[in-house]
Design a protein. Structure first.
Length: 388
């Protein structure tokens, strides 16, 4: 029994030792592979192009990181948790690293314009962070240490597992007053990752700060000018098509007489006071970024109040399932028995029409009308069903 106990204890000791070695090797592999990848990505380093970076945003992230690093930081990161102590903190207050965060899958979340403090537990420690980006734009990542630190900070922004689909474009970096700022062009909204490690790997107590700032691209492209349907001197609504979600405004000269938002499909309907025939309206579309389209001009026409001629209807017998004939081009032809509609169809551009109906008994009297686009209705044409 004692021997079995000794063997069992030895087995546990060997297993623990084996796990410790395995864990250390995994950490070393993770550290070394990340280090090589980051150094490889940054080997063609270049200075930030200030023509593509907002100088105010660059200055702000530098100053914020510097000021935050100068504040007292007598803490152990193990005592803090980013999900509770940090994210619930007031806006602008520093956040704290939450261990474990040594892999993409368990990366800490960074909030834009909030510095996160971190520490390295050992020579092989690497910390992972992630930031959510809402769209295309510029991402700035700043990293720095306090003045007494012996950390040689290495970091970059990357896609998950160091993939490269072209969603992030490195714009360069600059180093000033102990803070490095890297710039990235973001070509697609999503979650991006920031691995951070110490090249020296020998200053466990030193503290570093990491922060991000995102600036969305400004939309400077004006919408296409709206397409506006005919407006006559009876209309109280103007309809047409414009950029989806844009605000469509109708003016007479410089006086606004109506506006409305286009739907998600671009259709709009703007209520206006009735205008006299001959009045010129100008219509614009403005997108959410404030870009305004060119003007669409439309002249108010006199309403069509003339009804079409009554249709000419061919003979209908008690075997026919179709009524044919001639009416005003593009008018809508309706076939009724008394007030009961039994069929309708649109006449073609030459006025020919063909209306499907149920078979009717001999002697049934049909009445047929044509209605134009202005809703003027013709006089009635009567036709009696004959025996075939």
């Amino acid at each position: 029994m004692k021997k079995k106990g000794i063997i069992s204890l030895l087995s546990v000791g060997l297993l623990a030792s084996s796990l410790s070695v395995s864990t250390t090797q995994a950490a070393e592999n993770n550290y070394e592979s990340s280090k090589k990848t980051i150094e490889s990505r940054l080997k063609s380093d270049k200075p930030l192009n200030h023509n593509v970076i907002n100088p105010y945003a660059l200055r702000e992230i530098k100053e914020q990181t510097l000021i935050t690093l100068e504040t007292p930081k007598g803490f152990s990161t193990k005592k803090f948790n980013a999900s509770s102590a940090s994210i619930k903190g007031s806006s602008g207050q520093p956040m704290y690293e939450s261990e474990p965060n040594d892999d993409f899958k368990i990366a800490d979340t960074l909030l834009n314009e909030r510095v996160t403090f971190g520490q390295f537990d050992d020579t092989l420690d690497i910390d992972f962070y992630k930031v959510n980006v809402s769209g295309k734009g510029t991402l700035l990542v700043a990293g720095g240490t306090d003045t007494t630190s012996n950390i040689d900070l290495l970091f970059l922004a990357t896609e998950y597992e160091y993939q490269d689909h072209g969603y992030l474009e490195y714009l360069g970096s600059e180093y000033d007053d102990g803070v490095e700022v890297q710039g990235y062009k973001v070509n697609k909204a999503g979650t991006y990752y920031i691995p951070v490690l110490d090249l020296n790997g020998n200053d466990y107590d030193a503290i570093y700060g990491i922060s991000t700032q995102f600036e969305a691209d400004k939309d400077t492209v004006a919408p296409n000018k709206p397409t506006v349907n005919k407006v006559d001197n009876n209309d109280k609504v103007i309809t047409g098509k414009a950029e989806a979600g844009s605000t469509v405004t109708v003016n007479v000269g410089k006086k606004r007489i109506g506006y409305a938002k286009a739907s998600s499909k671009g259709s709009f309907s703007v209520s206006i006071p009735v205008q006299k025939a001959g009045t010129t309206l100008n219509v614009t579309a403005k997108d959410s970024a404030g870009n305004v389209s060119k003007l669409t001009y439309i002249t108010v026409v006199k309403a069509d109040v003339t009804p079409p001629n009554k249709p000419a209807v061919n003979k209908v017998d008690d075997n026919d399932k179709v009524v044919t004939g001639k009416a005003e081009a593009n008018s809508t032809v309706t076939v009724n028995i008394g007030k009961n509609r039994i069929g309708y169809a649109k006449a073609n551009s030459k006025g020919s029409f063909s209306v499907s109906i149920p078979i009717q008994k001999k002697g049934t009297k049909l009445n047929v009308t044509a209605k134009d686009a202005s809703n003027n209705v013709s006089k009635v044409t009567y036709v009696t069903v004959v025996k075939h």
